[in-house]
Design a binder for this molecule. Sequence first.
Ligand SMILES: O=C([O-])CC(=O)C(=O)O
Ligand SMILES: [Mg+2]
Length: 502
Amino acid sequence: MQVKKMIQHVRQYQVPLQKYMAMMDLQERNERLFYKLLIDHVEELLPVVYTPTVGEACQKYGSIFMRPQGLYISLKEKGKIREVLRNWPEKNIQVIVVTDGERILGLGDLGCQGMGIPVGKLSLYTALGGVRPSACLPITIDVGTNNEKLLNDELYIGLKQRRATGQEYAELMHEFMTAVKQTYGEKVLIQFEDFANHNAFDLLEKYRSTHLVFNDDIQGTASVVLAGLVAALKLVGGNLADHRFLFLGAGEAGTGIAELIALETSKQTNAPLEEVRKNIWLVDSKGLIVSSRKDSLQHFKKPWAHEHEPVKNLLDAINQIKPTVLIGTSGQGRTFTKEVIEAMAAINKRPIILSLSNPTSQSECTAEEAYKWSQGRAIFASGSPFPPVEYEGKVFVPGQANNAYIFPGFGLGLIMSGTIRVHDDLLLAASEALAAQVTQENFDKGLIFPPFTNIRKISAHIAANVAAKAYELGLATRLPQPKDLVKFAESCMYTPAYRTYR
Ligand SMILES: O=C([O-])CC(=O)C(=O)O
Ligand SMILES: [Mg+2]
């Protein structure tokens, strides 16, 4: 009855941000009911507590701020981070999602107001992956912001100074990483979220061999997109090696996806990584990434600098590279123009087009544009959700290629098996499990991802496949290995129900 009443209440609001505030209020007031509502109405409420609305909430976080929701660690707490962690009321923490707010979705530097992201991601850890709410800790590291608007906003909730960088930044992060391990042990999962490119790659590289770390924007997105591509190949035919990939955007998501595609292709074909990378091309703000640019490229772009003459823009790159798959990871809205989609449709019978940037305002194109400009031939998915589109009497249902499919189940798999490090093969295992959940009925609608309605079942399968791989690699410490890992995953999942009082 409470669920019925509450969903009516949320539906009364027309403005998405008001729905968001109603949900945040409920989360504070009655956590079980919040999760029951979110699980029972997941398709309807995901866009409210997560992308796209969470993006707007972060932009306006200062003015809608009511309660802290997570833990803030600022430069001022340098030297005292262990004490700050001890202030958090829950002691048994299994997952931390941490951001420094420098690249919130495709919206840029939102400083401390990025807290909406760790809060939102962790509510999905619970709702979609079944991790206990009390085991989840959202953290925002406040090293300032370079966002002038926020610096001049009297309601801004963070430090009013420009971002600390270099050694000062590295020291604070190192103290944080050390304090987390000392406080919660080595099996706590630290998910990095929405850091700017340079820090995201550096942090992952620096801590992947000493901590259980996972970067959702690099690794989670890669795993989800690979799953979607494997599913899409069932519609268009061929293996990964038969396809050519072009990315707009060569940051965390772009290079992360590119690398995982290369890794899987290399496993499938036994060809060396360097060889299979040649089928994957990236365009950044300066044009196609080619070998003549190598010296001036950031390190994470260098593997993609192939031999080719310089190409200035995306349209020319499409016409010269002739990709079968076009992937938008640019954070720039409306960059897949009519000409771009038409060029893809001229080259391919069924072009695969993924516009992954979030929230909806930053999506490279809309679902409607992708279907209309390709005369209904595109296989399309996007990072933020789009409603179904009717084109020439046929209804097309766009899929949501969002890392929300992977990270909750992935994290559950790590936690339930006591895994101590993330290995790339675990990402492939998650991807494989997700792709296997796409049914014929989904394909018939043009979907390359299963609907979110079954997400808890999907998460259990992802968790089981990830855990199985972790046991195989000797990374899982929970012994003996449970016989039926899917059943075990399900038995570990938190379910929001009231206790019976006597
Ligand atoms: O939050 C999302 O919807 C996906 C994501 O990680 C991002 O865009 O940074
Ligand atoms: Mg993110």
